[in-house]
Design a protein around this ligand. Structure first.
Ligand code: ZN
Length: 299
């Protein structure tokens, strides 16, 4: 019998339980561990998938059993409490991500100049590498240009296109399976279809989001995840009608869509998120403003 997590109030853990890492990804990481690349970009999957994969990478590089997941060292890594693990995430930039960023990264330079404490590798994980301040990203780039014995870096991002191209070209890129296992739900698909029609015609969206009880938060999140999946298809050249329509946004438009989806998702995590407003913003932030200079369409 499986217990559902939702049925009982869970004690707040220091960190959310980790997603299971895909078997092929684990196998790939074990192969890479024979000669670990100094910098590994992990793209694809969900943010939680990328985080779990990066911690698995740290375990494989440090655990005497090759990342057993059960020994004290592996458990310390799961708790982000291992001495040769640095996780640069929102918590790391606890005071002010905008200004503190660069100094906090700079403070890591002497650490990266030292070999790790243990017998494995010191792993520094940039959990949302696409959000790094440009000067911090440049500092990281300079760091990667120097040999850092015993230090490896994992840069996590939804898509490699979100990172400095020069960072990507210095890294090995590992693509996690896109969150695709779940078949797209019919209701979310229907909304995505309406959104695409709105982008073409400028019509029919606000009536939809403005209707009473039109979309709740759960549906809005399914719409976002459906769009993310189609965005991944569009970026990787996989074919679907929606991906083809998204591809017409062009590289800049797809990057913009990616950022808009991330912002909308974050907005929806607020307990009082105004769902209709978020959906309206999503619909209008991606396309040029109505009335703006867009070439007339041939019917
Ligand atoms: Zn272990």
């Amino acid at each position: 019998m499986q217990k559902t997590a939702a049925s009982q109030p869970a004690p707040a853990p220091a960190h959310a339980p980790l997603n299971a890492v895909d078997g092929q990804v684990l196998a790939r990481l074990r192969t890479l561990a024979r000669r670990p690349p100094q910098s590994l970009v992990m793209e694809g999957g969900t943010a939680a998938d990328r985080e779990a994969a990066s911690l698995a990478w740290a375990k494989i590089l440090n655990c005497a059993e090759g990342g057993c997941g059960a020994c004290p060292l592996c458990r310390q890594i799961d708790e982000r409490a291992y001495r040769d693990l640095i996780v640069v995430d929102k918590q790391f930039f606890d005071d002010d991500p905008k200004t503190a960023n660069i100094d906090q990264i700079r403070a890591l330079l002497p650490v990266w100049g030292q070999p790790p404490h243990g017998a494995g590798a010191r792993v520094t994980i940039f959990a949302e590498a696409q959000d790094l301040h440009p000067s911090a990203a440049n500092l990281l780039l300079k760091t990667l240009e120097e040999p850092r014995p015993g230090n490896v870096f994992a840069l996590l991002a939804p898509q490699r296109e979100r990172l400095l191209q020069t960072l990507v070209s210095r890294s090995f890129v590992l693509t996690l399976p896109w969150p695709e296992a779940k078949a797209p739900e019919a209701d979310a698909e229907e909304w995505i279809g309406a959104l695409l029609r709105f982008w073409d015609s400028g019509q029919g969206w606000f009536e939809r989001t403005g209707a009473k009880g039109a979309a709740d938060k759960a549906l809005a999140l399914r719409i976002l995840s459906g769009l993310s999946r189609e965005l991944a298809h569009a970026l990787s050249g996989q074919d679907s009608p929606t991906a083809r329509r998204l591809a017409r946004l062009g590289p800049a438009g797809l990057r913009r869509l990616d950022m808009v989806l991330a912002t909308a998702q974050e907005a929806l995590t607020q307990p009082t998120a105004p769902v209709a407003l978020v959906l309206d913003w999503l619909a209008t932030a991606v396309i040029p403003k109505p009335g703006g200079k867009t070439p007339p369409r041939r019917g």
